[in-house]
Design a protein around this ligand. Sequence first.
Ligand code: URA
Length: 174
Amino acid sequence: CIKCRLYSTRHSVVFGEGNKDSMLLIIGEAPGYEEDMQGRPFVGEAGKLLTKMLNAIDINRENVFITNVLKCRPPENRDPRPDEIFSCSPILNEQINIIKPKVILTLGRYSSNYILKTNKGITELRGKLYEMKDYIVVPTFHPAALLRNGSLKKLAWIDLQILRDVLREKGFYK
Ligand code: URA
């Protein structure tokens, strides 16, 4: 992803981590400061909340694969730009090809829009699942949004229950 490396004040390229054989792939937006420092996705405050959200539906983060649309931190954590998303997309596409997830949890507008090929806001997209050709997509709020606005947490909990039900149906929980 030449573009996002060009614009990023990065230290790291954060490709993602977790179990590449997992049926669940989680896609966020872009690395933040902590992620850039550690070279790992979702290790800052939003990441801690994501870990708790997963634990609430009996998922251990080591058992899933976690990545982002952008692989490098945008300067000052600004929103990803369309050219950066375009530039990083071959990596994400290849990750999807390798992992072959049955279910994708998209966190926030950018990953939801990329995966669902739409331009709608996350408030409109969340609350339901989307059956695509190769996988089911469950969009929800980005945990950073939940940290900014705690009143969204009850909606995120509904989305997590949707995710849990789909995973149950697919045999994720042994
Ligand atoms: N926010 C994201 O979207 N991804 C991370 O890895 C960390 C924070």
